[in-house]
Design a protein around this ligand. Structure first.
Ligand SMILES: Nc1ncnc2c1ncn2[C@@H]1O[C@H](COP(=O)(O)OP(=O)(O)OP(=O)(O)O)[C@@H](O)[C@H]1O
Ligand SMILES: [Mg+2]
Length: 377
């Protein structure tokens, strides 16, 4: 997959930008605030239908303009072109794919794939477990959009179960004697276990596949002598054997009944699970890793996601590395460029002249960004 042409109208600091892009490594350089990340944000927005920076679409519209428009033409490896148009207006977004309105995210998510890395993306290692669950679920949906059904089924039955927990236990530890309530509670518990166990199995499966892709990429980036990092899905529910997940989930809920009568919410399930980055096979990387080690793991994880879509969707994603090189030692920088060079199109931003001169040789084109203009150097 590659971005062949991009037009931005009143997008952030761009009044009108019209550009065609080659394949290969594209370097965007320029001073702080020039608009490098804004450009990547526009590309990222097209694949995720949201910004990585803001949840308020109106912030994206250029100051004083009525709306922002992004037009992009992409080509995939099979030689098919497609066009995407995005309009942001009055805090609403409108998306067209080859001229047709896109109504639901799930109909669109598998079409255009990009992976994005920026320094704050360390959150994938250091942040809240919810973030990692979200990334895993998003990847699952990209590979199999029909899993939305399982996910929403799990969410709904858990919500119902939580409501019933609060009705059965009007106060923490107090139990109301109602057969009817208990019966519906059990019915929703069973529904939740069915979809929850399926979701856990899917997450476990994708984590194992990602771990297999991640390890060699990480080793290449960190070098043979460097630290070893592995991925592990963790859950209160016993994961082995995978066929036993539903039974174990049920058992965990039975064991948690007493504490759930005071908590009054569902305390076990995929909504409480996590994925760990383990340092040298045991320790949690976010507690013991250095800044550069965590950054390398986060980057290798993004590369593993690229590899996954390359294998499963038979197409390279567009890789965007926003200011990703800073804080890496020179060896890791060089090795990252080698790894990135395997994808059909990569955007790399850097505000540092020294860094740009280090990577320019590997790039197809270097662009200079200034005042909402982008010119080849
Ligand atoms: N809605 C908007 N309208 C006009 N300008 C905007 C809007 N939103 C952000 N900007 C401007 O965009 C600039 C930030 O651009 P961007 O984040 O792309 O910079 P950058 O080149 O990535 O810088 P750095 O090297 O610091 O990462 C700021 O000057 C900001 O004022
Ligand atoms: Mg930036």
């Amino acid at each position: 997959m590659h971005l062949a042409a991009l037009t931005l109208r009143d997008y952030r600091n761009y009044r009108l930008l019209e550009l065609e892009f080659p394949r290969g490594i594209i370097v965007l350089t320029g001073e702080n605030g020039a608009g490098k990340s804004n450009l990547l944000e526009a590309i990222h927005y097209l694949s995720y239908l949201k910004s990585f920076r803001t949840s308020r679409d109106r912030e994206i519209v250029r100051f004083g303009a009525p709306h922002a428009v992004v037009d992009a033409r992409f080509g995939d490896e099979q030689g098919h072109d497609f066009e995407v148009r995005l309009v942001l207006k009055d805090n609403k977004r409108f998306v067209r794919y080859n001229g047709d309105d896109v109504q639901r995210f799930q109909d669109y998510i598998g079409r255009l794939h990009s992976q994005f890395f920026f320094p704050g993306d360390l959150g994938i290692v250091t942040g809240d477990p919810a973030l990692r669950r979200e990334v895993l679920d998003l990847e699952l949906l990209r590979l199999r959009p029909q899993l939305t059904k399982v996910m929403s089924h799990f969410r709904r039955s858990r919500e119902q179960r939580n409501k019933l927990l609060k009705l059965i236990h009007p106060q923490p530890g107090v139990t109301r004697d109602s057969r009817e309530l208990v019966q519906s509670f059990e019915a929703f518990t069973e529904q939740m276990v069915t979809s929850g166990a399926q979701l856990i199995r899917e997450r476990l499966g994708i984590t194992r596949v990602l771990d297999g892709l991640f390890r060699p990429l990480h080793r290449q980036l960190a070098s043979e002598e460097g630290e070893q990092v592995t991925l592990d899905y963790i859950s209160q529910v016993a994961l082995d054997p995978p066929e036993g997940i539903a039974t174990s989930y049920r058992d965990c809920l039975t064991a948690a009944a007493q504490s759930e009568s005071s908590l009054r919410y569902t305390s076990v399930g995929p909504h409480r699970d996590d994925m760990l980055f383990r340092l040298d096979g045991e320790r949690d990387l976010k507690r013991y890793g250095s800044q550069g080690q965590m950054r390398s793991a986060a980057l290798a994880f993004r590369l593993a996601l690229c590899e996954l879509s390359r294998q499963r969707l038979k197409d390279d994603p567009i890789l965007m590395l926003d200011d990703a090189l800073s804080e890496m030692d020179d060896g890791r920088k060089t090795r990252l460029m080698q790894l990135a060079g395997r994808y059909s199109q990569v955007f790399i931003t850097s505000a540092s002249r020294r860094e740009v001169s280090q990577i320019a040789a590997a790039a197809t084109t270097v662009y200079h960004v200034a005042n909402g203009r982008v010119t080849p150097v």
